[in-house]
Design a binder for this molecule. Structure first.
Ligand code: SAM
Length: 298
């Protein structure tokens, strides 16, 4: 990034907020970054210690040399190393909740809001117990705890470092009292307990897919993304164990890759689930499969 240090009449050029945004948008576009303008605005707001929308009130304000130096470093890491914006700013909004994110967690995706919408439709307000498997930043557990004020949520995560991020998010959002965070492998920390709902956005990529993925994914934890050689390994383990951990009439919902929806639907059917549904994201891709354990069973 060289232009924002160019000179004017012998001295250093004063770069206004708008000029910095416009220059960086063009630079990111040249580098093939899709959300170029939005990324430029988010990074500049972070470098200036302000909110993105406040930049619109300060377009003509010149940035100080310190602010520009901070911004230049962020722009460089975004363009050259493809670090996701959320990992540069340490923040990501999910379901309107401001979440902390670090390289120890998957950056919550808008796709996962499909799971939240499906859950709010399926789960009435009231005293509910919800289990979130592989909670990462806590995104799903915290969004459901926020929306269902009487629910108690248990969030399980294998990575201690990720669980620590979820704990900080729960505390910041004042939801820690209703969100129990447990470290361990899938259902193992909740053996013998039953829930009204089990939800998960598990790792569901096949290891062989690693080479074709967006460069940005290299900055997120491998164990959050890859399930094994097939991609469906963790989904299969959840479907197999879920009936034991759900109350009769309990609801299971799994986020997955669109190409896995049919297979997982078949598994739910074979496992005796009823009311099996596929939920689509805004791009009309199958994103979540859900089903209910029959009421007649224990
Ligand atoms: C795709 S990320 C989802 C994170 C978060 N729920 C979200 O939607 O943004 C999957 C998470 O599951 C965790 N995980 C992977 N395998 C697990 C296992 N066997 N038991 C518990 N957690 C696991 C990973 O560490 C990662 O945090």
């Amino acid at each position: 990034m060289s232009a924002p240090v160019s000179t004017q009449s012998g001295g250093e050029k004063r770069w206004t907020v708008l000029e910095l945004i416009l220059w960086t948008t063009g630079y990111f576009q040249e580098k093939g970054i899709e959300s170029a303008r939005l990324d430029a605005e988010c990074l500049l707001a972070h470098a200036l210690g302000t909110e993105r929308l406040r930049l619109y009130l300060e377009f003509e304000k010149p940035a100080t040399p310190d602010e520009r130096a901070r911004y230049r470093e962020l722009v460089k890491r975004r363009a050259d190393e493809r670090v996701p914006v959320a990992l540069l700013t340490g923040a990501k909004e999910f379901w309107s909740l401001p979440l902390l994110v670090t390289p120890d967690v998957l950056v919550p995706r808008p796709d996962t809001e499909t799971l939240i919408e499906a859950a709010l439709h399926a789960l009435p307000d009231g005293e509910l117990s919800i289990l979130d498997l592989g909670t990462g930043s806590g995104a799903i557990a915290l969004a459901l705890a926020k929306e269902r004020a009487q629910a108690r949520v248990v969030a399980v995560e294998r990575s201690a470092a990720a669980l620590d991020v979820a704990r900080r998010n729960a505390e910041r959002l004042e939801l820690a009292e209703r969100v129990e965070l447990l470290q361990g492998d899938l259902f193992e920390p909740v053996a013998g307990r039953v829930f009204d709902a089990v939800v998960s956005n598990p790792p569901y990529l096949a290891e062989a897919e690693a080479a074709e993925l967006a460069l940005e994914l290299a900055h997120e934890p491998k164990e959050a993304l890859f399930a094994g050689p097939l991609g469906t390994e963790v989904l299969a383990r959840i479907v197999e164990a879920a009936p034991e951990q759900l109350r009769p009439g309990g609801w299971l919902a799994l986020e997955l890759a669109p190409a896995q929806a049919e297979t997982v639907t078949d598994w739910l059917d074979q496992a005796g689930f009823e009311s099996i549904e596929t939920h689509r994201d805004l791009g009309n891709r199958a994103r979540v499969v859900s089903g209910r354990k029959p009421r007649g069973e224990d």
